[in-house]
Design a binder for this molecule. Structure first.
Ligand SMILES: [Zn+2]
Ligand SMILES: [Zn+2]
Length: 393
């Protein structure tokens, strides 16, 4: 079978069901199962989207309705097809093993029947199975067994973010929490890239994923992966994460974490960035005295690193610093709509439309920015105070 390239964003939350039941309370209302599939196919040009929260019975009702009425189709290799995109079925859970702080883990399962039976198991071990990212009252290793036993894969989510992640809050070595052989890949999250992850030797063997963790439609695709697959299905994704028969992750696209809000240690009360150098660990804000210190991801990584310097294995695909379209100066909603109308999807603008066509439609300056974004050379200034900066060129 011939192999092709596909763009994939595997972490998108549901806000509500179509009946209006809340799933992820902090996510947008129009983030429904159908709304995401349509946005991915029509506007984003995302070939594969992982919809997290497919364990929610209300979401499953929506899925079954679209499968029945013919707009969507379940694939033999796992996943659901809607026009140009494949939806993969995911579920994010919070585990908290004895003596550890919480960590988020994502389970992906092949089909809707697998997900429904997983829900039956989940509802016995959590308080409200309707909601997203809920605490699961079983040991992490038991969850892992359960997912793998159902033909699924387990991926630790946004592994370095403070508060709710494997390395950010739960443990110093993933082996304390999980069986290392039962992890399909790890998700870097918005606050880390391949080089930062290279400080921890236990990660050398794993494929890295970069996903948006979108809580609204526009954020879909702010981070994504380029995969080489025979077809866009769950079975092929699993092979790509294992690097089998030429299937692989070809590139990770993500924001430059050095510009993000969790890179440096900062004070959550006054939002000042606190300079931590060497072994100095700040306990109180130097500016306002608050103890609400959020440890920066880089500081956390250095404190748990088992290396002198980061190591990036040769087999690791490139990590491309992608500037989302919303950050391109002069590219307002109206012009963007016109470009999409003419050239297709956001992935077309970011990867396929030629400079000449872009320049003719949007002017040379914006075409230049888009080309630089494509090549990973467009630079954002450091935002500071918890925010991303502007494009500075
Ligand atoms: Zn999470
Ligand atoms: Zn999430």
């Amino acid at each position: 079978m011939a192999l092709n390239s596909y763009y994939a964003d595997l972490h998108i939350h549901i806000g509500r069901t179509e009946a209006g039941e809340a799933v992820k309370i902090s996510a947008a209302n129009n983030l429904t199962f159908f709304g995401i599939a349509k946005e991915a196919s029509q506007r984003k040009g995302m070939d594969i989207v992982g919809i997290i929260d497919c364990h929610s019975p209300g979401v499953q009702r929506d899925m079954l309705r679209y499968l029945d009425t013919g707009g969507m189709e379940e694939l033999a290799g796992g996943g659901i097809r809607y026009h140009q995109s494949t939806v993969l079925l995911g579920c994010e859970l919070e585990v908290r093993d004895p003596g550890m702080r919480p960590a988020h883990l994502i389970a992906y399962l092949p089909g809707i029947e697998d997900m429904r039976s997983f829900t039956d198991w989940l509802r016995r071990h959590m308080k409200n199975v309707q909601l997203s990212s809920q605490r699961l009252y079983v040991p992490a290793r038991e969850l892992q067994q359960e997912v793998i036993g159902r033909g699924g894969i387990l991926v630790p989510a946004h592994i370095f973010t403070p508060h709710k992640s494997v390395y950010g809050s739960s443990c110093e070595r993933m082996s304390e929490l999980l069986d290392l052989d039962g992890i399909a890949a790890v998700e870097l999250g918005l606050s880390a890239d391949s080089e930062m992850a290279g400080w921890i030797s236990e990660l050398d063997r794993y494929t890295f994923l970069t996903n948006s963790d979108a809580h609204s439609l526009p954020k879909i695709g702010r981070e994504y992966n380029k995969l080489r697959l025979a077809e866009p299905t769950f079975a092929e994704l699993r092979r790509a994460l294992n690097g089998e028969d030429g299937r692989k992750v070809l590139a990770n696209y993500g924001l430059n974490p050095r510009l993000g809000k969790y890179h440096r240690t900062y004070c959550a009360a006054c939002e000042s960035i606190l300079d931590e150098q060497g072994a100095t660990v700040v306990e109180r804000c130097l500016y306002c005295g608050s103890t609400k210190i959020v440890r920066g991801v880089m500081d956390r990584i250095l404190s748990i690193s088992d290396r002198e310097r980061p190591f990036v294995p040769e087999s690791r695909p490139p990590y491309v610093y992608q500037v989302p379209l919303e950050f391109i100066p002069g590219l307002g909603p109206k012009l963007l709509a016109a470009l999409l109308e003419r050239f297709g999807t956001e992935m077309d603008l970011l990867h396929r439309t030629s400079y000449e066509e872009l320049a003719e439609a949007a002017g040379e300056r914006i075409a230049g920015y888009l080309l630089a974004a494509r090549q990973g050379t467009l630079e954002l200034q450091t935002g500071g105070g918890g925010k991303y900066g502007k494009v500075g060129r």
